[in-house]
Design a binder for this molecule. Structure first.
Ligand code: SAM
Length: 219
């Protein structure tokens, strides 16, 4: 079960250290990877300015986020005109080239993500624990049927358990979960200062690794 209460309290108490004020450096650097795409999925989107950057680049942006606070802030802070709708047991906000589902990612169906061919994952895979990451990889493969490309700046501090979120995602795990269906490539890797809480759990390095996943022809 995704930890709704944990994230809900984060947003209620404004403990959103993960939120950035501008687009991520890897998104800026590698945005042209999305040149031939029209519709992008931004899972666990928060109120990320990356969505604005992707929209300005010309993509239709489909997000999903538990927190209503995050979505309403996103709309207000960016002066967007988005209207609230309800389908099945899902609420979504739509307008100005954005569609944001409010709810649990794992409740989305194939139809909700129809036409999506690419995905930008910043701080979503690392927000999931190990079992959820397995479910998430299955979700991307089964539900996002036309997905051919994923850009994902991830955190890697080795195979250290119980230290997240943010959780560590290693090359070994990615190969296990995605290697059969996607070609995996490291686009950049930046060492970051090892945080004390990770060191005390046994981590000996910390780095941000930006991955590109490209669908294999028969993947
Ligand atoms: C670490 S934050 C990242 C937000 C955003 N990607 C960013 O870069 O700022 C993870 C977000 O995912 C949301 N979340 C966590 N689990 C979720 C789930 N299963 N379905 C939808 N949203 C979820 C949380 O409320 C939180 O806003």
């Amino acid at each position: 079960m995704p930890d709704y209460q944990f994230w809900s309290e984060r947003w209620l108490n404004n403990q959103i250290g993960f939120h950035m004020n501008g687009p991520h450096k890897s998104l800026i650097e590698f945005i042209d990877l999305f040149k031939v795409h029209k519709k992008i999925f931004v899972p666990l989107c928060g109120k990320s300015p990356d969505m604005i950057f992707l929209r300005q680049y010309g993509l239709e942006v489909i997000g999903v986020e538990f927190s209503e606070i995050a979505i309403l802030d996103f709309i207000k802070e960016n002066n967007l005109k988005m209207i609230k709708h309800e389908v099945r047991d899902l609420i979504f906000y739509e307008g100005d080239g954005f569609k944001i589902y409010q709810g649990n990612l794992f409740k989305l169906f194939e139809i909700d993500l129809a036409g999506v061919t690419c995905c930008y994952d910043r701080a979503s895979m690392v927000a999931f624990n190990q079992q959820e990451r397995v479910n998430y990889s299955q979700f991307l493969k089964d539900i996002v049927k036309d997905l051919t490309l994923i850009l994902a700046p991830l955190l890697d501090y080795g195979e250290v358990l119980d230290a997240g979120p943010p959780f560590s995602v290693t090359a070994r795990e990615l190969n296990l979960l995605y290697g059969k269906n996607f070609e995996l490539e490291v686009l950049r890797s930046d060492e970051t200062p090892l945080r004390d809480n990770l060191k005390s759990k046994g981590a000996i390095y910390e780095k941000e690794v930006t991955w590109l996943f490209k669908k294999k022809i028969n993947g």
